[in-house]
Design a protein around this ligand. Structure first.
Ligand code: ZN
Length: 369
């Protein structure tokens, strides 16, 4: 079992929606207040130390020179050609407002009817179709990436095992509402997570609030690709005692290049899922950059490209506030956004970054490149 990528930052208990009384309204009110105070806080905290050069506009050049700052230190929500990425809390507030509205419109409905209506309004056929298409596309790209590795890096038998695992994941998206019967509050949360069960069952679930806050196709590609990657991450493989040379070289490279601290690789997955999370970010990066490349001919200008790149990982900027007790398992957001995503040579080539004679090293299954 893996920790969710998103751990809900706001503890909203709407479980089973049995008695609605004032509780949900109070939660909704609290969330709106949180949202207001968060906006104020962000504005005042967004002042930067004077030594940090802040790009005034999101341009490809500023992504090349200050990737993390450009993505994260602006509170501006940008729209790429496929959509935007709002702060997580906005999605949660919107989901609860929808819930409240349904309740007002249908005071005599049963809890099940209210849940079904909420699900039908959030998990629309269009959104569901989009998620399933993204999932299929990612799965194909991942299998291709694995298949093309040299035999000494990932032997044929290992390729078969990795492919088999990838093909066995089920993306569970309601309706039916009963799909999340043991987790009814997921409809109003931002959580997107992967979970493996005994007997080879592997599922990915997507919280309703995530669909309302993250509309950018590129963000959905990164997010779903990250979760799919967990089916073949090094910690998952370690549990099944599978060792692959390409994984060894990739993790060793992360250590040599100081993407991870000195003892992380030696400690393996015994203490936490850190290496699994790092791997999932790395593989999601490979897939998201392919998505950006595939889409690149449709970008009308550099701004559309820049905004799409920013939106791919924008929601990782504020993870510290919602990871809490799980923070040990995830690399810090600067590592995820800049060292793993922002340094991808293909991404930098797409952005047209000029490397000034020194190529940036990047880790692959074959070690440093
Ligand atoms: Zn993860």
């Amino acid at each position: 079992m893996h920790l969710p990528k998103y751990t809900a930052r706001v503890s909203v208990v709407v479980a089973s929606f049995v008695v609605i009384s004032g509780a949900v309204y109070q939660q909704l009110f609290k969330m709106q207040e949180d949202l207001k105070s968060k906006t104020v806080r962000e504005t005042s905290e967004s002042k930067l130390p004077s030594e940090v050069e802040v790009p005034s506009k999101i341009l490809t050049e500023s992504l090349c020179t200050h990737f993390y700052q450009t993505v994260c230190l602006s509170n501006e929500v940008v729209s790429d050609p496929t959509g935007s990425v709002q702060p997580d809390i906005k999605g949660e507030v919107e989901a609860l407002r929808l819930y409240e509205m349904i309740l007002h419109q249908h005071p005599n409905w049963s809890n099940e009817q209210i849940d079904e209506e909420l699900v039908s309004r959030i998990y629309t056929p269009r959104r569901k179709k989009m998620l399933l298409e993204i999932y299929d596309w990612i799965q194909k790209q991942m299998i291709k990436l694995i298949e093309k590795q040299p035999e000494q890096i990932i032997p044929k038998a290992s390729k078969n095992e990795l492919t088999r695992r990838l093909k066995h994941i089920v993306l569970e998206i309601p309706p039916p509402t009963s799909l999340y019967a043991n987790e009814p509050d997921l409809f109003t949360k931002n959580d997107v997570y992967y979970e493996s069960f005994p007997g080879e069952k592997r599922v990915i679930r997507v919280g309703g609030a995530y669909l309302l806050s993250a509309k950018s196709w590129f963000n959905r590609v990164f997010t779903i690709a990250h979760e799919i990657s967990h089916a073949i991450d090094p910690c998952e493989l370690e549990m099944s005692q599978i060792k692959i040379e390409g994984y060894r070289q990739l993790l060793q490279c992360f250590q040599n290049e100081k993407v991870v601290g000195p003892n992380r690789v030696e400690n393996g997955c015994s203490k936490n899922n850190y290496l699994g999370e790092l791997f999932a970010d790395w593989l999601a990066t490979q897939i998201t950059v392919q998505a950006l490349e595939t889409y690149s001919s449709k970008f009308k200008n550099n701004e559309e490209l820049s905004y799409s790149v920013v939106n791919s990982v924008k929601d990782l900027c504020n993870q510290e506030s919602w990871l809490d007790q799980n923070s040990e398992s995830h690399p810090e957001s600067k590592v995820r956004i800049e060292k793993v995503f922002g340094r991808s040579p293909q991404l930098r080539a797409l952005l047209g970054c000029f490397e000034q004679g020194q190529s940036i090293s990047y880790c692959t299954f074959e070690g440093k490149r």
